[in-house]
Design a protein around this ligand. Structure first.
Ligand code: CTP
Length: 400
């Protein structure tokens, strides 16, 4: 049992918070509901009191002797705000605390998850985008709104996801060991393809996202093996660390460690090509000689090879997660290319990133879309790399 604060702000989607409250109670959690004052225009406190079994108020000046505005946040294991209106996001982003919910958001040190719901225009307004970015930078987990029918005839991004989907996304934040007893193999970093004894062809992957995935899988109770190719960040404690350098090394290491694993997460940026030969001595520039041409040959596709090898080896992971860094072009969007790659690679899940100059490589934050081979609707994952990792881990725990 966890202690959960369920904040509710005043939007039409407040009725869905009642269903979420029911699900949380059925899962055995203690829930304190804190609606903002105008929620009463949509759902009465009596509903929240009856379903939570706890007193409900929006006011700081009710039950002053128990110092509710500090106590509820301090005691909570998780604070949810479902739905989060544009107004509530703005207040939280600027640290206002003029009612019980906003006071609780300042007082708590527990993980905070907000599920925004509003009209598309409000969601896409630069003010809301800036507030969401600010909250994310402070570690708040924002559940992306769904795309669909809104209050009136209009339709677009801004709809509150269904309560079951919200519950699915907060499992890891509830500290639930969703991968207990599971073995997870993660590859992270970027390969280096040797050219001569001092030079190599490499790429810009820092390994941050892969390390975050290993951490999140460990925190979710999994036994984690991390195959690291040139990380710029330290590997997490509590995982088995294996080093590899080139794509061929990584291929060998993956096949050595994959049997017996439940999940393979192929996050490493693997060079598709390597120099056809490695010079045994340093390549020298010589006056009068032209610059050397480097002939490249194809590297094996490690992910595709593991997928194929599963046909004959039942010990290989049943759940394989690939990553794809894509840029859209005139012929297709990032997601079009992602879906095509999911189909050709044959893995169960593909996490697609849009890459650009300032995006993804080396950055602290990430924005990705998780695609599923079984036709399940795509899930957006945005935030710090550990947040994105938690969302991916949650999704794969549901897919095992
Ligand atoms: N991958 C791999 N072996 C390779 C290349 C990629 O296992 N030789 C894996 C990556 O770890 C990632 C996924 O395949 O999980 C997709 O990588 P990406 O570089 O986006 O795709 P490619 O197959 O290389 O396709 P392209 O570069 O042509 O888009």
């Amino acid at each position: 049992m966890k202690r959960i604060v369920l904040g509710v702000s005043a939007g039409i989607a407040a009725y869905k918070s009642v269903l979420l409250l029911r699900l949380l109670r059925e899962a055995g959690h203690h829930v304190d509901v804190i609606p903002t004052a105008n929620v009463a225009r949509f759902v009465g406190n009596a509903t929240f009191e009856a379903l939570s079994g706890n007193p409900v108020t929006s006011e700081v000046f009710d039950a002053v002797d128990t110092v509710n505005h500090v106590r509820l946040g301090q005691q909570a294991d998780l604070v949810l705000v479902v739905p989060a209106t544009a107004d509530l996001l703005a207040k939280a982003a600027s640290g206002l605390a003029d009612d019980l919910l906003t006071g609780t958001l300042l007082a708590t040190r527990a993980p905070v998850v907000m599920a925004p719901a509003m009209h598309t225009e409000m969601w896409q307004h630069p003010a809301t985008e800036a507030n969401v970015a600010m909250l994310r930078s402070r570690g708040v987990h924002i559940i992306e709104p769904a795309v669909g029918r809104l209050t009136g005839q209009d339709s677009g991004p801004g709809r509150l996801p269904e309560p079951e989907q919200i519950l699915e996304q907060i499992q890891v934040h509830l500290g639930e060991a969703v991968l207990a007893g599971r073995k997870v193999l993660v590859t992270a970093g970027g390969t280096r393809e040797p050219l001569d004894p001092v030079r190599y062809l490499g790429n810009r992957s820092s390994g941050r996202q892969g390390v975050a995935l290993a951490r999140a899988a460990r925190d979710a109770g999994a036994e984690v093996t991390l195959i690291a190719t040139h990380l710029e960040v330290p590997a997490p404690h509590g995982v088995q660390l294996i080093q590899a350098s080139s794509a061929l090394d990584l291929h060998e290491a993956v096949f050595a460690h994959a049997p017996g694993q439940d999940v393979l997460i192929m996050n490493a940026a693997v060079a598709d090509f390597r120099p056809a030969s490695i010079e045994s001595a340093k390549i020298k520039k010589r006056d009068g000689h032209s610059a050397p041409l480097i002939e490249l040959v194809r590297n094996p596709d490690i992910l595709a090879d593991v997928v194929t090898a599963r046909d004959t080896d039942p010990l290989l992971p049943r759940l394989i997660v690939g990553f794809a860094a894509e840029t859209g072009d005139g012929e297709g969007s990032v997601l079009d290319y992602g879906r095509a790659k999911l189909a050709t690679k044959g893995c169960e899940m593909l996490v697609v990133n849009e890459v650009g100059a300032a995006k993804t490589f080396g950055a602290e934050t990430n924005e990705a879309t998780i695609l599923f081979a079984d036709g399940k609707a795509a899930v957006n994952a945005a935030g710090s790399k550990i947040e994105v990792a938690r969302i991916v881990i949650n999704q794969l725990a549901n897919a095992i």
